[in-house]
Design a protein around this ligand. Structure first.
Ligand code: F6P
Length: 357
C-alpha cells in the first residue's frame, strides 16, 4: 500500500488537472494499492491539515478541465520559515501532517517559488516528486513547463484579433503578455502572432529604437504597428537603476504597467494613436491545448513510475523531447531566461522583428 499526498501551488495554469490525473491513473493501474490525499489550496492545505481523500473517480473527466480541482494559493518561500500570525511553525506543521497521514510521498505541482519550498521539504527529509507547471516556462531543468503552450495559444489569439482592428484604424497597438520576469511567452506569441516589435525583459529596449522602427514602418507604407510587450519588459535606462530605485519607480508609477508607459512615450514621440490590450489572466484560463494534455499526462505517468520505484527528490522535466528526472536542488531558485543570443531570437530578427536593442 502506498499513501500519496498531492498539492498544486502558486498561480494556476492549464493542465494541472491533466497532470494529476496522469499520476493517479498510472498509480491506480499498478499492482500496489494506493491511497491519495489531496491538500487544498497548495502548501496552505499541508500547513493547516486541510485535505481530502480522493479516489479514481475524482480524476475522471478532468483531462480537459482548466484550473485545479485542489485549489491553489501563493505561499511565499521567504515566509515559510516565519511563524504564522498565531505563532505556528509552518515547516514543522507540514512535516507533522505528512507524518500523521503516514505518507510515502508528496507530489507537488508548481513553478519557481513552489520548487524552492519543495526542495526545502526534501531537505527536511520528506519524499517529494514535483511536476513543472507555469505559463512562464521559466523553470530551470526542463525545456518546457505545462501550461506554457496553452498560454502561447491564448496570447497569440489576442494578437491575431488585434491585427484586424489595428489595420483598419492605422493605429499602434501594444499587447501586454504575461511571463513574470522572463520573455518566453511574449517571444513565442509575438512570433506566432506576427508582431512587428517584441520587447522582453532579457533584451532591454531603447525607446528611440522602438520609435524609429514604428516610423520606418509608416514611411514604408504600413499604417499600423503591433508590439508584443512582456509585462516584465525593461528599458535600457531602467537597467541602470538599483533594485531599490526601480522598486520606488514602480511604487510611484503613474501608469498601471510598463505597456502604458511605453504607449505614452510612443504617442508623444510619433503623434500616432496608441492603444494597449492586456489579456492578463485569460492567458492562464480555459482548457489545456492538446500539447499540454499530452505533455502533462506523460509527466504524470513518469511521476507515478518514480513513486512506484521509490525514487524521490526529483522534478520530472523534458529535455530534447525525452522525459528526465532532475534533482530538486538543481531546479530550486534558478530561472530559465531567454538568452539574447538564442537562435529563436536571431530567427525572429531574420524575419524583421525588432527588439528595440
Ligand atoms: O507565474 C504565472 C503568472 O501568471 C505570471 O505570468 C504573472 O506575472 C503572475 O503569475 C500573476 O500572478 P497573480 O495571479 O498572483 O496575479
Amino acid at each position: 500500500m502506498k499513501r500519496i499526498g498531492m498539492l498544486t501551488s502558486g498561480g494556476d495554469c492549464q493542465a494541472l488537472n491533466a497532470a494529476m490525473r496522469g499520476v493517479v491513473k498510472a498509480l491506480l493501474n499498478g499492482e500496489e494499492q494506493v491511497e491519495i490525499y489531496g491538500f487544498e489550496e497548495g502548501y496552505r492545505g499541508l500547513i493547516y491539515g486541510n485535505y481530502r481523500m480522493l479516489t479514481g473517480r475524482d480524476f475522471a473527466g478532468i483531462l480537459t478541465k482548466g484550473g485545479t480541482i485542489l485549489g491553489t494559493s501563493r505561499t511565499p518561500f521567504k515566509l515559510m520559515r516565519e511563524p504564522d500570525e498565531n505563532g505556528l511553525d509552518k515547516v514543522e506543521a507540514m512535516k507533522h501532517n505528512y507524518y500523521k497521514l503516514n505518507l510515502d510521498c508528496l507530489v507537488i505541482l508548481g513553478g519557481n517559488g513552489t520548487h524552492k519550498s519543495a526542495n526545502m521539504l526534501k531537505g527536511e527529509g520528506l519524499n517529494i516528486v514535483t511536476l513543472p507547471k507555469t505559463i512562464d516556462n521559466d523553470l530551470w531543468g526542463t525545456d518546457m513547463t505545462f501550461g506554457f503552450q496553452s498560454a502561447v495559444n491564448i496570447a497569440t489569439d489576442a494578437i491575431d484579433y488585434i491585427h484586424t482592428t489595428a489595420a483598419s484604424h492605422g493605429r499602434v497597438f501594444i499587447v501586454e503578455v504575461m511571463g513574470h520576469k522572463v520573455g518566453w511567452l511574449t517571444l513565442n506569441a509575438g512570433i506566432a502572432g506576427g508582431a512587428d516589435i517584441i520587447l522582453i525583459p532579457e533584451i532591454p529596449y531603447d525607446i528611440k529604437k522602438v520609435v524609429n522602427a514604428i516610423e520606418k514602418r509608416k514611411k514604408n507604407g504600413s499604417s499600423f504597428t503591433i508590439l508584443a510587450v512582456a509585462e516584465g519588459a525593461i528599458s535600457k535606462e531602467d537597467t541602470k537603476l538599483s533594485k531599490k530605485e526601480l522598486k520606488e519607480k514602480h511604487k510611484n508609477a503613474k501608469y498601471p504597467s510598463v505597456s502604458y508607459e511605453i504607449a505614452a512615450k510612443i504617442q508623444e514621440k510619433t503623434g500616432q494613436e496608441v492603444r494597449v490590450t492586456v489579456p492578463g489572466h485569460t492567458q492562464r484560463g480555459g482548457s489545456p491545448c492538446p500539447y499540454d494534455r499530452v505533455f502533462a499526462t506523460r509527466l504524470g505517468t513518469e511521476a507515478a513510475k518514480l513513486i512506484k520505484n521509490g525514487e524521490y527528490g526529483y522534478m520530472i522535466g523534458i529535455k530534447n523531447r525525452e522525459l528526465v528526472k532532475v534533482p530538486l536542488e538543481e531546479v530550486a531558485g534558478k530561472l530559465k531566461m531567454v538568452s539574447p543570443d538564442a537562435s529563436i531570437v536571431q530567427e525572429a530578427k531574420a524575419v524583421g522583428i525588432k527588439f528595440g536593442d
